[in-house]
Design a binder for this molecule. Structure first.
Ligand SMILES: [Zn+2]
Length: 124
C-alpha cells in the first residue's frame, strides 16, 4: 500500500467522526518496502492539490522518512521536490502491519500490501 493511498484514507467506523482523530490513520508495526516505479511528473503535479501535506509529514515522520516540512512555493516546477515526493508517495509501500484510528482505536490490518478497510457489522 502506497503512502499516497494512506493519505486519502480516514476511519469510517460509525460514530467515529472527530476529524482531528479519524485522520490520518496511525501506522503500527509496519514493514516498509521501497519499490522502484517510473516517475510520472504530470501525475504528481495533478495529485498535489489532493495531498494533505501536514498528514503526509506526520506519517512520514512516524515512519522515519525524510520529508520537507512544507510544500515549496512552486512545487510543480521544483524537480528536486517532485523526485522526493515521488519516492515518498509512490515508491514507499507498507507491506505488513496495521493502521490505527486515534478516535475509536479501530485497527485496519495490512497484509501483503493490501489494507483491509472492511468493518464488522456493529461498526457500520
Ligand atoms: Zn475511528
Amino acid at each position: 500500500m502506497r503512502l499516497l493511498t494512506h493519505n486519502m484514507l480516514k476511519c469510517h467506523v460509525k460514530n467515529c467522526t472527530d476529524p482531528d482523530k479519524q485522520y490520518p490513520l496511525r501506522f503500527k508495526d509496519v514493514q516498509i518496502e521501497q519499490i522502484e516505479y517510473e516517475p510520472n511528473e504530470e501525475f504528481l503535479v495533478r495529485m498535489l492539490p489532493r495531498i494533505d501535506w501536514s498528514a503526509l509529514v506526520k506519517t512520514a515522520k512516524d515512519l522515519n522518512i525524510g520529508i520537507p516540512g512544507s510544500m515549496p512555493e512552486d512545487p510543480a516546477s521544483d524537480q528536486d521536490f517532485l523526485q522526493k515526493l515521488h519516492t515518498i508517495i509512490m515508491e514507499t509501500h507498507i507491506t505488513e502491519g496495521s493502521m490505527v484510528c486515534d478516535g475509536c482505536s479501530h485497527e485496519y490490518k495490512i497484509t501483503k500490501g493490501i489494507a483491509n478497510m472492511l468493518l464488522a457489522e456493529h461498526e457500520i
